[in-house]
Write a protein that binds this ligand. Structure first.
Ligand code: MLC
Ligand code: AMP
Length: 483
């Protein structure tokens, strides 16, 4: 082939891939109006309502670079997020239950310039209102694929949460890979009630249906009753949601007419998988991901669903296992290794955290997930657990033991603190705090202190007051003895 032809082909390929990576969330699903594009708070927006109102938001916010959005499950949140995507403004979703310390950290670390929509009290950022009845039909050019769409805050083992930079291109690639894995089309109706400040509820659960063109019903809270009444074809839940549904046979049976039930964000216990299959007639799809990587592994709508296994790499993803020395671990379904991934849906690093970025990537460009897994000869993956006991998954939320310990140590009555995740039938892991006290205080007061400093979902569910913490010769707390 001539050199010119090769260059033309390369340019054509680049243009096509940019087109496919477009993240104008409504452009891909453009075409006929969708009368019930998004239902949330019991209010239904058509695709054209959503576009008109979100474009009006875009007009008011387009001069900003980064804005904070209080990620309550409301129409305003949806319009604010879509408005920012239209205008190419970076969204910093703020958990609505954020406590004082966490809120200050997220706003300061992200450099958010304003609140878009409702603001939490106690901050001095300007507030740009979201008007649900305003409309505009201005057209914005598609920002470059590498533009940061979101800064999502996620916990590490120590220190305050880190800002995960997710680009438009990564999100587009991640969503398209899931549409492929789950045969997700505009004929589906997606139902979930997950929070709108994490990958699961926000990226998959809001941008996914907008991109695919399938109506979304957000139930506010992910209760069994709300799921049973929603009449969807595709349901998302964290394992806690599915185990609560499995314990409510009437609600579970109401999902028999669905096409696919998807579980993720934490391990789905095999008994819950089996009970769901028995009650609904559906073997759930399990998929695995992280804030940093979006979803990289999944069983497929048209493939095997194996209890306890999270399937094969989604389109564009490669995985490998490494031992502590960095050597290859065989994909034989038995040997355990550290899971490393690469693919087009990965993040662009942690905001302002050169140290964490250096520690998260191998020299040859693979992301170190921190999860331990096995891979069988067919490419099926089973997640065995986390490398560190200090990263806890409770109700699908990722909580760092270190941040909870720091919050507890900030209370005048606490001399020492050690936080662990204890197996829990409902939450997967329950946050349990061991504390040595220097003054009288009630357990409830300490739990509330964490809820008010960090967030309600990071509060310990149990406090154990002890005389001393078990430490090794170096003075390090031996958490394995506590858990
Ligand atoms: C209790 N409450 C308190 C309190 N104690 N409020 C203040 N202070 C205290 N001390 C109140 C809460 O405000 C709330 O009120 C109520 O008690 C229940 O709160 P909860 O106990 O925390 O809720 P719970 O029922 O345990 O929630 C379960 C759950 C939730 C499954 C609904 O954990 C959840 O939504 N999980 C989803 C997490 C998720 O989306 N993760 C995805 C991460 S992304 P009220 O009135 O408000 O109910 C990811 C990538 C991937 O992992 O792979 O997907
Ligand atoms: P988060 O950053 O909240 O996205 O949490 C990511 C972590 O959740 C991963 O590193 C895993 O430990 C865990 N996780 C997500 N999905 C699964 C799954 N299907 N099975 C087991 N663990 C999961």
């Amino acid at each position: 082939m001539s050199g010119r032809k090769v260059t033309e082909l390369a340019q054509y390929g680049k243009r096509m891939s940019l087109l496919l990576r477009s993240l104008d969330p409504l452009a891909v699903a453009a075409g006929a109006d969708i009368p019930d594009a998004v239902t949330i708070e019991g209010v239904t927006l058509s695709r054209s309502d959503l576009l008109g109102a979100a474009t009006s938001v875009a007009e008011r916010i387009a001069v900003a670079e980064r804005v904070a959005i209080l990620a309550e499950p409301t129409v305003r949140t949806v319009l604010a997020v879509v408005g920012c995507l239209l205008a190419g403004v970076t969204v910093v979703p703020v958990p609505p239950d954020s406590g004082a310390a966490e809120l200050t950290h997220i706003l300061t670390d992200s450099g958010a310039q304003a609140w878009l929509g409702r603001a939490l009290e106690g901050t001095d950022l300007p507030v740009v209102p979201v008007r649900t009845h305003a409309r505009s039909w201005h057209q914005y050019p598609e920002p470059p694929a590498e533009t940061t769409a979101f800064i999502l805050y996620t916990s590490g083992t120590t220190g305050p949460p880190k800002g995960v930079l997710l680009s438009r291109g990564a999100i587009a690639a991640g969503l398209d890979a899931l549409a492929d894995a789950w045969s997700w089309t505009s004929k589906d109706i997606l139902v979930h009630g997950l929070p709108l400040f994490h990958v699961h509820g926000l990226i998959l659960g809001l941008l996914g249906p907008l991109r695919v063109g399938s109506p979304l019903v957000h139930t506010g809270k992910p209760t069994p009753q709300a799921y049973a009444e929603a009449g969807g074809t595709l349901y998302f839940g964290v394992p806690t949601v599915w185990s609560r549904i499995a314990e409510n046979p009437d609600a579970a049976r109401a999902l028999a007419d669905a096409r696919v039930l998807v579980s993720g964000s934490a391990p789905l216990p095999v008994p819950v998988f089996e009970r769901l299959r028995e009650l609904t007639g559906h073997a759930p799809i399990e998929r695995y991901g992280m804030s940093e990587t979006m979803i990289t592994l999944s069983t497929r709508a048209d493939g095997e669903r194996r209890p306890g296994w999270v399937g094969t790499p989604v389109r564009g993803v490669e995985t490998r296992l490494r031992d502590e020395t960095g050597a290859d671990v065989a994909h034989d379904g038995e040997n355990i290794g550290g899971l490393q991934v690469r693919g087009p849906m990965l993040f662009d690093g942690y905001l302002g955290r050169a140290d964490a970025n250096a520690a998260s990537w191998t020299d040859d460009g693979w992301f170190i997930t921190g999860d331990v897994a096995v891979i069988d000869p067919d490419g099926f993956h089973r997640i065995v657990g986390r490398e560190s006991v200090d990263l806890i998954k409770s109700g699908g939320y990722r909580v760092g033991a270190g941040e909870v310990e720091t919050a507890l140590l900030g209370h005048a009555a606490v001399a020492e603190a050690a936080v662990v995740g204890v197996p829990d039938d409902d939450l997967g892991q329950r946050i349990v705090a061991y504390v040595v006290l220097r003054a009288d205080v009630t357990e409830t007061e300490l739990i509330d202190h964490v809820a008010h400093q960090l967030s309600v979902h990071k509060r310990p569910r149990e406090m154990r007051i002890v005389d001393t913490l078990p430490r090794n010769a170096m003075g390090k707390v031996q958490k394995k003895l506590l858990a």
